[in-house]
Ligand binder design. Structure first.
Ligand code: 13P
Length: 232
C-alpha cells in the first residue's frame, strides 16, 4: 500500500522540522511525503520518499515564482502531484497545463500522481464517468503507453476533500473500475476525507492501491492509528 501525504500550504520551518522528526518514527517503507515546496531542501529521512505538490508547466526560464521539474529532480524528488482540484480551481489550471507538467516530470524521471475527480454538481448530474474519462484523456494526450503506465492515478472526488464525506464502498468500486478499464496497469489511490476511523470501511474496496491524505497527513498520532488499522 502506498500512502501519499499532501501537507498542502501548512507548517512553518520549525513546525515542519518537528513534524518530520515525528513522522520519521513511523516504520513504514511506503510513505511519500509531499511537503510545502519551501520545505523540500529540509527533507531528511531514511525511509520516507520525497514528493512535491506542484511543478511548473514550463521547462525553465522567465517564469517568476515557478519551480521546474529539473529543479525538483535535483533535490531528489521522486513523485509529484498534478491536477489537484485545489490547483484546478484556485490557480485555474487546465488539462492542457496538466498534460505539459506530466510530460516534463516524466522527462526528469519523476512519477506524476495525477488527481482526478468530480464535483458535487457533476456527481448529482450523473456525470462522474464522463468527467473522469475527459480528465484522463486530456491529461494523457500524446503520451506513449509505456510512459502512461508509470503514472499513479489518485481519485479524489472534489465534494469529499476536507468535508468529512466519503463515497460508499459500492460507488467507489464502481468508479475505480471505470479508471481501471481505461488504465489497467496503473496504481490507483483514493483521496478525500480519509481518517483513521473510516479506513476500516475504505479498505474493503479491492481496487485501491493506496491513499492520498490531506488533513490526516498533519496529525502524526492519528496517522499511526491509521497505518495500524490499514495493516490489520
Ligand atoms: P483531505 O484528506 O483533507 O480531505 O484532503 C484530501 C486531499 O486533497 C489530498 O490531496
Amino acid at each position: 500500500m502506498l500512502i501519499v501525504l499532501n501537507n498542502k500550504c501548512n507548517l512553518t520551518k520549525e513546525e515542519f522540522l518537528f513534524y518530520q522528526h515525528k513522522l520519521n518514527t513511523l516504520a513504514n517503507e511506503n510513505i511519500i511525503l509531499c511537503p510545502s515546496t519551501i520545505h523540500i531542501p529540509n527533507f531528511k529521512s531514511h525511509h520516507l520518499i520525497l514528493g512535491a505538490q506542484n511543478v511548473s508547466s514550463n521547462e525553465m526560464g522567465a517564469y517568476t515564482g515557478e519551480i521546474s521539474a529539473s529543479q525538483l529532480a535535483s533535490f531528489n524528488v521522486k513523485y509529484c502531484l498534478v491536477g489537484h482540484s485545489e490547483r484546478r480551481v484556485y490557480q485555474k489550471e487546465e488539462d492542457s497545463d496538466i498534460n505539459k507538467k506530466i510530460k516534463l516530470l516524466l522527462k526528469e524521471k519523476i512519477i506524476p500522481i495525477l488527481c482526478i475527480g468530480e464535483t458535487k454538481e457533476e456527481k448529482n448530474a450523473n456525470k462522474t464517468k464522463e468527467v473522469l474519462t475527459k480528465e484522463l484523456e486530456n491529461a494523457l494526450k500524446d503520451i506513449a503507453t509505456t510512459d502512461k503506465e508509470k503514472l499513479i492515478i489518485a481519485y479524489e472526488p472534489v465534494w469529499s476533500i476536507g468535508t468529512g464525506l466519503i463515497p460508499t464502498t459500492e460507488d467507489l468500486t464502481e468508479i475505480l473500475k471505470i479508471v481501471k478499464e481505461l488504465l489497467p496497469k496503473n496504481k490507483l489511490l483514493y483521496g478525500g476525507s480519509v481518517t483513521e476511523e473510516n479506513i476500516t470501511m475504505l479498505k474493503n474496496c479491492p481496487l485501491i492501491d493506496g491513499y492520498l491524505l490531506g488533513g490526516l497527513s498533519l496529525k502524526v498520532s492519528n496517522l499511526k492509528d491509521f497505518l495500524t488499522k490499514l495493516t490489520y
